[in-house]
Ligand binder design. Structure first.
Ligand code: PMP
Length: 290
């Protein structure tokens, strides 16, 4: 359940009850997936509730709107302030925040005329203790960067994610690993991927992925922890049987992978550099010293 009759949301300039908010049936976003959104988390810290990398998320939201030709005038500062107010009004600390920008009624395929900002939030404690995931190489490719602006977080792109994720679940796996149009590893339905070999981390280079904010955080943590990390293009075969692997994303945080196509990652997680990154991430989001 994402909301109760008490939940407050922000919609188009006002705070109101989630149950009373509605969407125009003629909106362009509903019909064509022509919306942009973000996924952000806030954490309870010794210094109060803190939104992790709010600026980076809201910069990306503005960039996504720009790439989609959706008019969107809020500043990063305004968006951040509104989000803290939303959390406070709902009494949330550890929460997932979903900003969504939708477009006004327009059945044509021309650019958005006017947009509406929604800010939704629900309580979410961390997924740190999530079980290791069994993943499979998906028969679904990631959207082709020549067909979509894949660095934008656009509603319609996630139809591809739903197809791949459900297909993996139907086949008994936890998640899908999608390849790009060249057969290189890209990402999962909603997270980036790293694998570890002999103490070095490898991750797909930019071009066919959503370059995640968590992925960037992993680079920063590796730099701090002196863990070598390489961005490169590689086939799924190259990572099968590696020492370790993980997905990373705002929602997933850093989640260890058990196996790819039933071939296990071999090292005890506690002995890996990936484990150090996972622990450091948990400290960072809660503003504890690394
Ligand atoms: N790839 C995809 C397809 C995603 O949906 C997400 C989640 N936003 C990510 C990667 C990870 O991005 P981030 O770390 O910014 O949450």
């Amino acid at each position: 359940m994402y909301y109760t009759d008490k939940t407050i949301v922000y919609f188009d300039g006002n705070f109101l009850k989630a149950a009373e908010a509605g969407m125009d049936l003629y909106g362009q976003s509903l019909h064509y997936g022509y919306s942009v959104f973000e996924g952000i988390k806030s954490y309870s810290t010794d210094h109060g509730t803190k939104i992790f990398k709010a600026e980076e998320h809201y910069e990306r939201l503005k960039r996504s709107a720009e790439l989609m030709h959706i008019p969107f005038d809020y500043s990063v500062h305004q968006l951040t302030d509104l989000t803290y107010e939303l959390l406070e009004r709902n009494g949330f600390s550890d929460a997932y925040i979903r900003p969504l920008v939708t477009c006004s009624p327009n059945m044509s395929l021309s650019k958005g005329q006017k947009s509406y900002l929604s800010l939704l939030a629900w309580e979410w404690s961390n997924g740190y203790l999530a079980d290791k995931m069994k993943i499979m190489t998906s028969p679904f490719q990631r959207p082709n960067p020549k067909a979509f602006k894949i660095e934008a977080k656009v509603g319609g792109h996630y139809v591809n994610s739903i197809l791949a994720c459900q297909d993996a679940k139907d086949k008994g796996y936890d998640e899908a690993l999608l390849l790009d149009e060249n057969g290189n590893v890209a990402e999962s339905s909603g997270a980036n991927i790293f694998y570890e070999k002999d103490g070095t981390l490898f991750t797909p280079a930019k071009g066919n992925i959503l370059p995640g904010i968590t992925r960037q955080t992993v680079f920063e943590l590796c730099n701090h922890l002196n863990i070598p990390v390489k961005e490169t293009f590689f086939k799924p075969e190259e990572m099968k049987g590696a020492d370790a692997a993980f997905f990373c994303g705002t929602a997933a945080e850093i989640v260890a992978l058990d196996s790819l196509d039933d071939i296990p990652f071999t090292k005890d997680w506690k002995d890996t550099a990936s484990d150090k990154v996972q622990q450091a991430y948990q400290k960072l989001v809660r503003l504890r010293s690394l």
